[in-house]
Write a new protein. Structure first.
Length: 324
């Protein structure tokens, strides 16, 4: 679930947005259609977002130092959160403001009437190609998960962001096409305002979804249930089978920290204990390659209560409980 790559999808989306954004501004200048202005701003915001994602990926590669001993991998989450802020403030709110202005003073489109429809059709083709690239990259990492589940459970922000942005772009182009077409048919600029408002609502909704998901990543999410099962299986296959409690956290998409307290039997020597810990770490990293930092705290194996099996005693979930 912590996918590698995503750069190809980002570059494809950036290229599409730069190209279609310029033509949208030309179409708006020729026709004055507010839907075209909203879509042009949408493309500018999306282009800025893709630049932010690339910057985040680059900054995340900085080596750990004294100030950030766990590294800078969370830069990818921070810059993805900025994407949500830009979508909301520059994309969604601007479109809603433009829709309100157009609603107050609706104007028909009476010049170059074919230009916006042609531009929107070209935009759909380019955005569709960008979305296709993102879908291809997502299929390599999402496994059997549905698309919505993948976006929610992915620990890598780039591809889910591009998927949401490109989907929103296609829906937004459809809204603009609807608003402009109805304006041309009826001669009433109110339809243009409606199309612009729909684009604004769409962008605000996508921004809220992105902000919610990236906030969770910034706060520190655990590994996926699948990876957690692999980690527990690795402990079970090692000499350290008595896991008192286990904590995991993604420091970044490909950087997982694992902290575990394990019970050990009386009389185990330091040399044996070191070998046991090394064996457990090896098995964990073989099962979950993203496990970069592993901290294992040994403690004396707790005594089982009367009538209680050792297995059930070791499974107590209390995180702060100390073994006897």
């Amino acid at each position: 679930m912590s996918s590698e790559g995503g750069t190809k999808a980002i570059v494809a989306a950036l290229s599409a947005n730069l190209g279609i954004g310029a033509t949208k501004f030309v179409a708006w200048a020729l026709t004055g259609a507010s839907s075209m202005l909203a879509e042009a701003i949408h493309s500018v915001v999306d282009s800025g977002n893709q630049v932010l994602l690339l910057v985040g990926k680059r900054k995340a590669t900085r080596a750990a130092d004294d100030t950030h001993p766990f590294g800078y991998a969370r830069n990818r989450y921070y810059y993805a959160f900025l994407v949500a802020v830009m979508l909301f403030a520059l994309g969604g709110l601007f479109s809603l403001f433009e829709a309100w202005e157009k609603w107050q003073d609706p104007e028909p489109i009476d010049s170059w009437v074919w230009v916006p429809l042609v531009v929107l059709a070209i935009g759909m083709v380019l955005e569709g190609a960008s979305l296709r690239t993102a879908v291809r990259e997502a299929r390599a990492v999402r496994g059997s998960l549905g698309w919505f589940a993948y976006i929610r459970r992915s620990r890598s922000p780039e591809i889910p962001v591009i998927l949401l942005e490109d989907t929103a772009a296609l829906v937004g182009l459809t809204c603009a096409f609807f608003g402009i077409s109805m304006t041309l048919i009826t001669g009433d600029g109110i339809w243009d305002a409606i199309g612009t408002a729909l684009i604004g609502v769409l962008l605000v909704a996508v921004a809220v979804i992105l902000a919610r998901e990236t906030k969770s990543l910034i706060m520190g999410e655990s590994v996926t249930p699948e990876d957690l099962a692999l980690i527990r299986a690795a402990f079970a296959a090692s000499p350290l089978t008595d896991v008192i409690h286990l904590r995991t956290m993604h420091l970044g998409p490909e950087d997982v920290m694992i902290a575990a307290k394990v019970g050990v039997a009386h009389g185990v020597s330091v040399d044996e204990l070191a070998e046991h810990i090394d064996r457990a770490e090896t098995l964990i990293r073989e099962s979950v390659p993203t496990a970069r930092l592993i901290f294992i705290e040994p403690d004396l194996r707790r005594s089982a209560a009367v009538g209680e099996s050792p297995a059930s005693a070791s499974a107590l979930p209390l995180p702060d409980e100390e073994p006897t």
